[in-house]
Design a protein around this ligand. Sequence first.
Ligand SMILES: Cc1cc2nc3c(=O)[nH]c(=O)nc-3n(C[C@H](O)[C@H](O)[C@H](O)COP(=O)(O)O)c2cc1C
Length: 270
Amino acid sequence: MKYMSIIETIRQRRSVRSYTGEALRSEHVALIVDYIAGLEAPFGANVRIQPVHAAIEDSNPIKLGTYGWIGGAKDYLALIYEEAPLAEEGAAYLFEQLVLYCTGLGLGTCWLGGSFSRKDFGQQVKLKPDEKLKIVSPVGYASDKKRFVETYIVGAEKNHRTRKPFGANFFYGDFSTPLTEAAAGIYALPLEMVRLAPSANNKQSWRVTLDGDSLHFYQTFSYGFSAIDIGIALCHFGETCRETGITGHFETLDAPREKDATYTISWIKD
Ligand SMILES: Cc1cc2nc3c(=O)[nH]c(=O)nc-3n(C[C@H](O)[C@H](O)[C@H](O)COP(=O)(O)O)c2cc1C
């Protein structure tokens, strides 16, 4: 198996909504199960990821409520966590690690916050009363066929895939001065990886300020998936730092407050 760097993998990942209909081959199932077993969620989050098979036999599909949005997927991954401060961010961080691992294996995935039945999946994963299930993803072999939703609803897939420019989300000091890649220094590449992160409805509502050699992460407005979106962004940032040898850690600080934004966490250089 060819090793793909996290940076290549982030650049390559895209949401896949059409699959060939082939169930995951046993070698892929084994690799995914092993990878999940080795993951540890950051920020003390209590997380489990549960594989869900959409059909025991083709003639006997189970109800999952993804019909119309996702075509031909036989396998899903469900993200389950217990509510606590930063648990959603930690769960999203972990799930994105898995999504990127699957991308590296050549498999398609798609973060789904809507477009599926929580009740149906909840039954499949035997959701406990203290557990939350907000996200699932299909996992399988991408098909070239475009879904109706991709062409007409998610539409202009182009729009869904475009990202805001670097200086629109990243700032120097406070939100009044856009950060340039040159001024970002060693953080230019990890922040570029944040820029490419997937987010619900492609909202890209994360904001980051550079403060000396620390960074503060914010969300510009809250909605149902903003904590998840920022967790994905933190994964791209943290894993790129790890791969490129930038040492540091995440910590909740009494960081500068910014107008119209909620502070999440900071990155402190070690
Ligand atoms: C938290 C979250 C929830 C999402 N929910 C859905 C969904 O319900 N249906 C869907 O088709 N895409 C969903 N997406 C995929 C986004 O639309 C997609 O990531 C974004 O448009 C960027 O495109 P890309 O993933 O191809 O880079 C979701 C993404 C995230 C991060």
